[in-house]
Design a protein around this ligand. Structure first.
Ligand code: ADP
Ligand code: MG
Length: 397
């Protein structure tokens, strides 16, 4: 009897002896970019995809389609892998706990991952070991929102859904007690977290990789620019960041990874507050948009270190290859054909690196990114910004 699952393309005995099989739940661009490095390392990447044509399914031969919320589907998928990891954090925590109980290697494990899934759980855990957060409180009514605002010196404040938010969806800036978005937030059906609105100079991101045996590496601290809640540009390293502050940010991220027992990449989004505080915004436990620069700009990319970590292999150097690396997201605009601008961009700048995600264009959707590196910050920024703007059709020359 052929016991092979109908959705698995290669059985283990069809792969070279010793080939590790890494299962990634979710077929977005993160899984797609992981495949580049999986190929190089000879790792068999298997993706549990949302559909047959999603971003990673175009690039990964073994990408069975299934519902990541269905316990039986995830169990069958996991049975064909040496370790299970993620392209997103939406797999229900209980389902992952059940897998762990069946001795499936899940990295990051559910006890760590829950802190990237639930912002209220994350805040209370960070408080328990004095990692610096903005003032915060779970709120259940408009009256509690008003009380919270009083406690932090008045409006504006921030409300966010504790679960399920991304790219700024699920974050509301509240200007006063009568702000209509208070009702919108409470109408979301998810517990709501109130936070002080941090007056920040800029947003930073600290990315670390940590392996099961406890080795960890920290990438240079980067500056990220968000527009309408979406990351648009990342500069590595964060220009002009005081070395003590950069070290503090790296230490904070390493501490969080250790305390939470994260395996794989941990991205810690931070605020550099105007009053000098360095505050944790949120956590992601997977390769992160603010780490895409590392594909072309670091000795070992975040995708490679994620794979190495979940396989408990020695981690690679996170050092930058150039004084500055700038990554600009290619966000869907008016132009539908992303390849139309390639001729111009590649001819203009032989040092430019373009990454497309195999996604069709929708307004504001992340369809790719471009990276430039060099020794002049201004010139590197100009090159990356120009290419992204040209590809999306914002400029034409
Ligand atoms: N407490 C805060 N103070 C000021 N700005 C905030 C605060 N929380 C979030 N923001 C802004 O909203 C963006 C999205 O919030 P975040 O919690 O990271 O949600 P998401 O899960 O959508 O990324 C942040 O990158 C930042 O620009
Ligand atoms: Mg965020």
């Amino acid at each position: 009897m052929d016991i092979r699952l109908p959705f698995v393309k290669f059985s283990r005995d069809e792969l070279p002896v010793g080939t590790p099989v890494v299962g990634m739940v979710g077929g977005g661009q993160l899984a797609r970019m992981t495949q580049e490095t999986a190929i190089a390392l000879g790792v068999q990447l298997r993706v549990l995809a949302e559909g047959p044509t999603v971003s990673a399914a175009q690039a990964v031969a073994d990408a069975p389609v299934g519902d990541y919320k269905d316990p039986e589907t995830v169990r069958r998928f996991a049975a064909e892998c040496d370790v299970v990891t993620f392209d997103h954090e939406h797999v229900p925590t209980d389902l992952l706990r059940a897998l762990e109980a069946e001795n499936v290697k899940v990295f990051p494990g559910p006890d760590a991952l829950v802190h990237a899934q639930d912002k209220a759980v994350m805040r209370s855990r960070l408080d328990s070991f004095d990692a610096p957060s903005p003032a915060h409180q779970v709120v259940e009514s408009a009256a509690e929102v008003a009380d919270f605002a009083k406690r932090v010196g008045g409006f504006p404040i921030i409300l966010k859904t504790t679960r399920g938010g991304y790219d700024g969806k699920g974050v509301w800036f509240i200007d006063g007690p009568d702000d209509a978005d208070i009702a919108v937030a409470f109408g979301s059906g998810v517990p709501i977290l109130a936070e002080e609105k941090v007056d920040f100079v800029r947003e930073l991101s600290a990315i670390v990789a940590r392996s099961p045996h406890g080795q960890a590496v920290a990438y240079p601290i980067v500056e990220s620019v968000q527009r309408d809640g979406i990351c648009v540009e990342v500069t590595a390293p964060a220009p002009g960041l005081a070395p003590e502050k950069a070290a503090q940010a790296q230490q904070t991220a390493l501490r969080i990874a250790g305390e939470l027992g994260v395996v794989g990449i941990l991205a810690v989004e931070m605020f550099e507050a105007r009053d000098g505080r360095l505050l944790v915004n949120e956590l992601a436990m997977r390769p992160h948009n603010t780490g895409h620069w590392s594909i072309d700009g670091a000795v070992t990319s975040q995708f490679e270190n994620h794979l190495r970590a979940v396989l408990d292999l020695p981690l690679g150097s996170p050092a930058a290859r150039a004084p500055y690396t700038v990554m600009v997201n290619v966000l869907g605009g008016d132009v539908e054909d992303m390849h139309r601008g390639l001729l111009h961009c590649l001819a203009r700048d032989p040092g430019l690196k373009v990454h497309f995600y195999g996604k069709s264009v929708k307004a504001g959707r992340k369809v790719g990114h471009v990276t430039a590196y060099g020794s002049s910050l201004e010139e590197t920024q100009e090159r990356a910004r120009h290419a992204a703007a040209y590809l999306t059709g914002t400029i034409d020359e």
